[in-house]
Design a protein around this ligand. Structure first.
Ligand code: SF4
Length: 222
């Protein structure tokens, strides 16, 4: 019996390989080899927003070591990163920068919402300065619960992301054009350019109501 490990991960669609060729020869599909290369070299972008980032840093360090997943190459440039781990509280002040960085990443790209804050605002939900979930702006692929999630939870989330990559096909992924997300504007509050029509309509109605309310006393005096 051969002691060589079976390369079942790459050998898909599972054609039987003679025992003496196992680990040497693999029969696979184009989708599988493309996804296998990508899933084992997902490079995260190197940034963190709050306390969850400390757990992310621990995950990269020696004890948990996500180098085992080919993810240790954290990139300081979004143009070289595959996955954005949103680790921490997303404040309204920081949001435009986060969306801009996402836009600058090349396709195929993925977003992991790490922790309660990134997933839904966490303990600061409805706070005056905090976004109630980054999924209001970016397409999140994996949510990781916890405040903060442990390194094990982050690793599990990244493994779920790998499974998602496994299910994709080169026809959909390769050469896909990045969808640019309008960058939110920070004024008195954060404004989403996608909501401008609704904001304009609301402002117009409000102005009409105020004008009507101001005209009423004048009509009563006359
Ligand atoms: S989820 Fe908890 S640990 Fe993570 S950034 Fe928010 S408050 Fe900090």
């Amino acid at each position: 019996m051969s002691t060589k490990p079976k390369d079942e991960g790459l050998n898909s669609p599972q054609y039987p390989i003679p025992e003496d060729l196992q680990g040497v020869v693999t029969i696979t599909t184009l989708d599988r080899i493309y996804n296998w290369g990508r899933r084992n070299s997902l490079w995260p972008m190197m940034f963190g927003l709050a306390c969850c980032a400390i757990e992310m840093i621990c995950t990269a360090a020696a004890r948990f070591d996500f180098a085992r997943f080919g993810m240790e190459v954290m990139r300081a440039s979004p143009r070289q990163a595959d996955v954005m781990i949103v680790a921490g509280t997303v404040t309204k002040k920081m949001l435009p920068q986060v969306v801009r960085l996402y836009n600058q990443m090349a396709e195929p790209k993925y977003v992991v919402a790490m922790g309660a804050c990134a997933s839904g605002g966490g303990p600061f939900k409805e706070g005056y300065n905090v976004v109630s979930g980054i999924d209001q702006y970016l397409p999140v692929d994996v949510y990781i619960p916890g405040c903060p999630p442990t390194p094990q939870a982050l690793i599990y989330g990244l493994m779920k992301l790998q499974e998602k990559v496994d299910r994709q096909t080169i026809k959909e992924v390769y050469g896909r054009r990045a969808e640019m997300i309008p960058i939110p504007v920070l004024g008195p509050d954060v404004m989403d350019p996608r909501e401008y029509d609704r904001i304009r309509e609301y402002t117009r109605q409000k102005a009409e109501q105020e004008a009507a309310a101001a005209a009423e006393p004048e009509a009563a005096q006359a």
